[in-house]
Ligand binder design. Structure first.
Ligand SMILES: *[C@@H]1O[C@H](CO)[C@@H](O)[C@H](O)[C@H]1NC(C)=O
Ligand SMILES: *[C@@H]1O[C@H](CO)[C@@H](O)[C@H](O)[C@H]1NC(C)=O
Ligand SMILES: *[C@@H]1O[C@H](CO)[C@@H](O)[C@H](O)[C@H]1NC(C)=O
Length: 213
């Protein structure tokens, strides 16, 4: 009786371990399902494997947690998925120069290890999620060359480690924040947004008025 009970317990514990190991694989597999992949760059993303660390274009740390996704210039189209926000140790999300469309999921603001978010030269729409201001390790935020609309979230000025910020070639509107980390960015970061009104005049023009519906 006791042995039988222990066997059942062991099976249950193994199943739980397997589920944890597969959580990050599931998040990546959600991305695979949501995109079109004409060149089969995601062919190795096989959810029946124990963890995603053997998949191409994925890098893991010593604990088998995903730290990098390198899918720049991979001819992917389709949408980003909120599940990506579950990759707690992700440092580099490189999805530039594809043809991804739809919004940037607000859940990307949960990627607390993220250093680099490169989504430039896609076909993304919607606004820049204010939740990205929670990415306190972020150094590189490149969203240029999409079809993003709305204001530049003022909370992004709190990103103290931000070194490069590029939202050029979009359809953003409103004024450009100038405080915090934004004090070091030049006009280059913002060019070719025909509805963007220029730098916010501190204490003179309010950030949230004018021009932007
Ligand atoms: C971008 O997406 C729109 C649909 O939202 C589509 O009509 C257009 O062709 C796409 N642009 C490119 C370059 O594929
Ligand atoms: C930042 O994260 C906290 C905690 O998860 C959340 O409550 C808050 O809404 C987030 N900030 C933004 C601007 O989304
Ligand atoms: C702005 O748009 C023009 C016209 O499309 C283009 O020639 C120029 O390279 C763009 N500037 C930047 C910095 O991307």
């Amino acid at each position: 009786m006791a042995l039988r009970f222990l066997c059942h317990l062991l099976v249950i514990l193994l199943v739980i371990a397997q589920i944890n190991a597969n959580l990050e694989g599931d998040a990546l597999y959600a991305l695979r399902r949501a995109v079109n992949d004409p060149e089969n760059v995601l062919q190795s993303w096989d959810p029946t494997l124990v963890d995603p660390c053997t998949w191409f274009h994925v890098t893991c740390d010593a604990d088998n947690r995903v730290t990098r996704i390198d899918l720049g210039n991979a001819k992917l189209s389709g949408k980003l998925v909120p599940e990506l926000g579950k990759l707690e140790r992700l440092q580099y999300l490189e999805l530039y120069m594809n043809n991804l469309m739809g919004p940037i999921p607000a859940e990307l603001g949960q990627l607390k290890s993220l250093v680099s978010l490169d989504l430039y030269h896609n076909n993304l729409t919607g606004s820049i999620p204010p939740s990205l201001s929670n990415l306190s390790n972020l150094k590189f935020l490149r969203l240029n060359g999409n079809r993003l609309t709305g204001r530049i979230p003022r909370q992004l000025t709190n990103l103290g480690n931000l070194k490069i910020f590029d939202v050029s070639n979009n359809d953003l509107c409103g004024t450009i924040p100038v405080s915090g980390s934004f004090s070091k960015f030049t006009e280059e970061s913002f060019v070719n947004n025909s509805r963007l009104e220029g730098p916010e005049l501190m204490g003179f023009v309010r950030y949230d008025v004018g021009g932007c519906k």
